[in-house]
Design a protein around this ligand. Structure first.
Ligand code: ADP
Length: 368
């Protein structure tokens, strides 16, 4: 089988230079390259579309277009994926940087090339582009399979909720009918069943919440966070009363955000502050300040805190530092928080000290 022949488009207004490049490329394996050439940028653009060359040797100083204009006309961003070697007599670094930014794979000075340098530049340019195409294809494939996985998780979580709801209902019915006939051990079994079913229900809800955030850009609207936090406190009322917690909330800003997402964000963080507390009544302080175009929020608790090595992990899905026996949960709450903050264009992080407490910080950019 013959080795592949590469089609090279030479765009240079000097016929001597074009001839020189051809000669350099024919050194060694003369049949490796075939050539199309032109002395004008406009015709070069037409030939590029008509001939689909494997690589372009482009003179920076064309009489009708300069090299950078040529590149920008070459289908905008797509030029970044094209194998182009630019040549110039100027040897000017600014031109080189500009050319590389505009998608050129390599940049050579006319007076200082030889056969080896030019052939290597062309091979490298073609390899770089082919590698980038492979990476792009892999990235697209990964995105596709992640989307499919999310969809799968969503469907499974959604479909499992109905039978689970029925199980919880039947268990309730069973206890109401048969409770008086059960002995202590049987009652404990039924209660364990109920607790397992409730855990599963929470897990399915969290998986659904988590997968719903994937690939969907949330809609933003003007949002009064004072109202959001009032609702959060209402939703957490049972655990606030149950633990005798205090939640201190200052005046909050009105900002552009997604109401459902931000409610969930504050609820997860405040809820965790209340939950991960032992031996004392939880005190949660919420705060906000405006800095460099961002609202920076914090939620501080006086809870159990976290070890240094745990802090790195907790924003990952299903990562937990405590067992379910110690503190019930699914390990999805903080990964949901991270996703929500990122979808709003901010960052989230935590500072914590074991047995003293944790402070979660997150930013949300100010939008007009
Ligand atoms: P869950 O609360 O369901 O376990 P999260 O994703 O909300 O899941 O939290 C992950 C883990 O991070 C928790 O299991 C816990 O170990 C730790 N964590 C989260 N918030 C706090 C907090 N305020 N104080 C101490 N540990 C925390």
């Amino acid at each position: 089988m013959n080795a592949k022949e590469y089609k090279i488009l030479i765009v240079d207004d000097s016929s001597d230079d074009r001839e020189y490049y051809r000669r350099l490329l024919k050194k060694g394996d003369a049949s490796k390259y075939s050539f199309i050439e032109t002395d004008s940028g406009e015709e070069g653009l037409e030939l590029f579309i008509k001939e689909a060359p494997d690589c372009i040797i482009l003179d920076y100083n064309l009489p009708d277009l300069d090299g950078i204009e040529f590149l920008s006309r070459l289908q905008g961003d797509k030029a970044l994926g094209l194998p182009i070697v630019m040549l110039t007599g100027e040897g000017n670094e600014t031109v080189a940087v500009e050319a590389m930014k505009s998608g050129v794979q390599d940049y050579l000075i006319k007076g200082s090339i030889n056969a080896e340098i030019l052939q290597l530049a062309i091979q490298n340019a073609m390899e770089k582009v082919s590698l980038r195409k492979q990476l792009d294809a892999q990235r697209l494939e990964l995105e596709r399979s992640n989307r499919e996985l999310d969809q799968y998780a969503r469907i499974v979580a959604h479909d499992l909720r109905t039978p689970l709801f029925a199980i919880i209902g039947f268990l309730e019915l069973f206890t109401s009918i048969a409770d008086h006939k059960l002995d202590a051990e049987e009652r404990e079994i039924v209660s364990s069943l109920q607790s397992c079913a409730t855990t599963m229900q929470t897990l399915l809800k969290d998986v659904l919440d988590y997968s719903r955030l994937n690939g969907i850009k949330p809609e933003f609207q003007q949002l009064d966070l004072n109202e959001t936090l009032k609702q959060v406190v209402k939703n957490l009322d049972a655990s606030i009363q149950g633990t005798n917690a205090t939640v201190n909330i200052p005046e909050m800003p009105v900002l552009q955000g997604n109401p459902t997402n931000l409610l969930q964000l504050f609820q997860n963080l405040i809820g965790n502050g209340i939950k991960f507390c032992r031996g004392r009544a939880p005190v949660i302080n919420v705060g906000v300040r405006l800095e460099d175009g961002y609202y920076q929020f914090y939620i501080q608790d006086n809870g159990i805190g976290m070890p240094e090595d745990g802090i790195q992990k907790i924003f990952g899905a299903f990562e937990r530092l405590h067992s379910n026996q110690e503190f019930a949960g699914t390990g999805l709450g903080l990964s949901i928080c991270k996703k929500i903050v990122e979808l709003h264009g901010g960052e989230i992080w935590v500072e914590s000290q074991l047995d003293v407490g944790s402070t979660f910080h997150f930013t949300i950019p100010v939008r007009e």
